[in-house]
Design a protein. Structure first.
Length: 83
């Protein structure tokens, strides 16, 4: 999931550092990839990008956020108790 978002940022020409933030909750993980090419994600979504189809199949929800300069996602997870 993360590698697809970062790879898409690099492919679309992000020359600035890519900032990745993850938050693990009891039932979900939320993440955001911040860079300078968030608009490219929307363009790729309209073109049927394979990377975005993979992402769309893995997560519960995702959106490009041009205002923040990135893409965020949320997906359900099941935490396993350590034995």
């Amino acid at each position: 999931m993360i590698s697809e978002l970062v790879a898409l940022s690099v492919k679309e020409g992000s020359a600035d550092p890519i900032d990745l933030r993850l938050e693990l909750g009891d039932t979900h993980v939320k993440g955001i990839v911040l860079d300078t090419v968030a608009q490219a994600f929307l363009q790729n979504a309209n073109e049927g990008s394979l990377a975005l189809r993979i992402i769309d199949g893995l997560v519960d929800e995702w959106r490009a956020d041009p205002g923040r300069g990135g893409v965020w996602f949320r997906m359900s997870v099941t935490r396993l108790d350590a034995a």
